[in-house]
Design a protein around this ligand. Sequence first.
Ligand SMILES: [Zn+2]
Ligand SMILES: [Zn+2]
Length: 328
Amino acid sequence: MEKIGKTKEVAKGIYQIEIPTPFPVGPVNVYLLEGAYLTLVDTGPLTEEAWQTLNQGVRDIGYKVKDIRQVVLTHHHPDHCGLLERVRQVSGAFTYSHPLAIPYVKIDDSFMNFQAKFFNRLYYECGVPEESLIIINEFNDLSMSYTERSHIDECLKHDQALPHFPDWHVLFTPGHSQSQLSLYRADDRVMISGDHIIKHISSNALIEPPPNPSSKRPLSLIQYRTSLEMCANMEIDIIFSGHGAPVINHRDLILQRLLENWKRTDTIRGLLKESEKTVYELTTMLFPNVYQKELTLPISETLGHIDLLQILHQLEVKQRNEVLYYSL
Ligand SMILES: [Zn+2]
Ligand SMILES: [Zn+2]
């Protein structure tokens, strides 16, 4: 097996640096784009090991971190943006992201409060017991320790050219995260997708709060499927992901992901045949081994499929004591 931390030119002027993370997903790929403005796409998490690996990777390509002129975040998760502030401090690089990444990158106190309340209510509605809420909060605190408060200089827009790189375009591809974006170079049909499309695992369409308290919860899995369909309609020769190996046959993989969703909805409908259930009860049945460890991911997975069934009017929902019970 090749060692983590390897760096290579994966396409013309695109270098991939593999950076270790403390998360179960394993190493994260960040990309250095050569051009008039040396550009880093994602940074890796805030750990000493990741920082050393990033520095070494950039050196292997013939530059130093201080040479980086701009940083683009594919989305706001700590494995992708945790080192942003360190890179800024060393390089003074200009930073770009999707507008919805900003409260997370700033670690905006009022947004974080709103987010905590949003999840408390959501998990209550899902029927999550008190002791599991403690595990969720511990997990969230731990993942926040791999990032630190930083700053975004400018928000990107869907379909704009990447600043100083007229051949690259920004595409909004929400679903895995509300702030998820991808970069596309039409000349050689190359995409950098962050966590939108990953070859070896299906990206979790994570439930996230709306951008403000007056809006409704985004239906992440529906968004995710739509973003996938948008990419299936594009001519792409190769996708470089935030994790793992590149994707060559993107339409085959997208179809596989879309079909996997329907298999899961069938399973959920099967489980609901006997009796009504909460999202938490369904989650413990769908993910008997993993659900205690990282409950946020499997709950998102279950809830996303419930959303899918609900918009098709294939489920009934009843509320008792603020907990939601689903039945056929
Ligand atoms: Zn992510
Ligand atoms: Zn990731």
